[in-house]
Design a protein around this ligand. Structure first.
Ligand SMILES: [Zn+2]
Length: 150
């Protein structure tokens, strides 16, 4: 059933937290179909970048998302979003810059903390490009988003 050139179901659902806590993180039914569509979109990303893509977080069940402190509206829970790195291509800023100009359709492309790239293929396909960073100070640790890269 699963069909994607570069991404297995295992890669798209793997989570150390889920494994450690015994959380079921394999989607079923419509969510599984959607995750497969997301993996195929990631094939386009992989082909465009021309280097191996390492998925750091794909699908997150509601229980896993809660365990990792993700937003309840997260596109990861809806099987639309993937966090990844592609070190042979470059750092997250370079990857986002390239994908923004690639012609690949996405909803959100977020450069997160200079650590990884978050890409979402939710059907609104807004082509929104953001940078996420941690705000220091008394509310330290809060994630803030700003438009654009850099
Ligand atoms: Zn993400």
């Amino acid at each position: 059933m699963w069909s994607a050139e570069f991404f297995t179901l295992e890669e798209m659902t793997r989570s150390d937290t889920a494994r450690a806590r015994g959380i079921d993180n394999v989607p079923k039914g419509q969510l599984l179909t959607r995750l497969n569509a997301t993996a195929k979109r990631m094939d386009s990303v992989r082909l465009y970048l021309g280097h191996p893509v390492i998925v750091t977080s794909g699908y997150r069940s509601a229980a896993l998302n809660h365990a990792v402190g993700g937003a309840s509206s997260s596109h990861h829970v809806q099987a639309y979003a993937v966090d990844f790195r592609c070190p042979a291509f470059g750092d997250p800023v370079r990857i986002c810059s390239a994908l923004r100009d690639s012609g690949i359709r996405y909803d959100q492309l977020i450069q997160e903390f200079n650590q990884w790239v978050h890409i979402s293929f939710a059907p609104t396909l807004r082509q929104q490009t953001l940078t996420a960073f941690k705000q220091d100070g008394k509310h330290g640790g809060r994630t803030v988003y700003r438009a654009g890269l850099g």
